[in-house]
Design a protein around this ligand. Sequence first.
Ligand SMILES: *Cc1c(COP(=O)(O)O)cnc(C)c1O
Length: 340
Amino acid sequence: MEKKQIDWANLGFGYIQTDKRYVSNYKDGAWDEGTLTDDATITLNECAGVLQYAQTIFEGLKAYSTEDGRVVAFRPDLNAARMAASAQRLEMPVFPEERFVDAVKQTVSANRAWVPPYGSGATLYLRPYMFGMNSVIGVKPATEYQFRLFTTPVGPYFKGGAKPLTIRVSDFDRAAPHGTGHIKAGLNYAMSLHAIVTAHAEGYDENMYLDAATRTKVEETGGANFLFITKDGKVVTPKSDSILPSITRRSLMYVAKEYLGLEAEEREVTLEEVKDFAECGLCGTAAVISPVGKIVNHGEEICLPSGMEKMGPITQKLYDTLTGIQMGHIPAPEGWIMEI
Ligand SMILES: *Cc1c(COP(=O)(O)O)cnc(C)c1O
């Protein structure tokens, strides 16, 4: 298929409307069969549940071209399962997991011309989401929902190499104990906007959120999980029920153990011990890993030994191995790569 004429290497992370999106509606207790459509506009009642009480959840994953010219998606089954968990927590009907994966296939196939070529560094970002459609004024779950999946080509996350980030310990909390931090819901992002806007205004790239109950333990940033590397080369990621279970982070922990022979541990991480780590990174679909060079806790600067110029050596190995698996130069574990 003829690719679109786009300057792939200079794309940013923004919305570009592509040809087709998948839509399925839930009404009278059942999902319809679903369809691809050209229509990028949604018409909603003024009292729609999503507009009043924020009943909306989403996912994010990527499709890309491998070196040998295939178009693939990375572990869409895990996004399907996570979306099911998010739906249950917000009293929304689950969009069947096998249908989610099928929607990924259909939508990417229909937008094949928008899948950036191998080597461009760009990818096709997929955004599945679901929201309450019918009017809801008394507080209760909607009874009608829409599942949608659109795609948008996005550029290489790091143009000209990954520069380590400077982050601050936030005075705001991201997630309450027993709250909704572990699900991918729009509401977690709405309340993070003030924290990120003020962080940017003060010259920080991101917020490090602590556990809301004691403010002593590291949780995550607004949209990425932490990975730390100890001075003796162990990979550590914070364990908490209020962290969003990043698929990138889970994949990197597997890569650390099974591909790199590193010890990899999910456990509580205190803010106090952060100064003892050798490297720090943020993991998520968009960047895979963004290195962190400096963490500022109310004036106290914690400078990671890996510095402000480049990724730490173990972070780099993790990054190279996972992106190698995704791009097809390193054999993938069973089931990680779905060909479209
Ligand atoms: C989506 C998300 C992540 C990253 O998850 P991936 O599955 O790796 O993309 C991390 N934290 C939060 C809060 C998120 O919403």
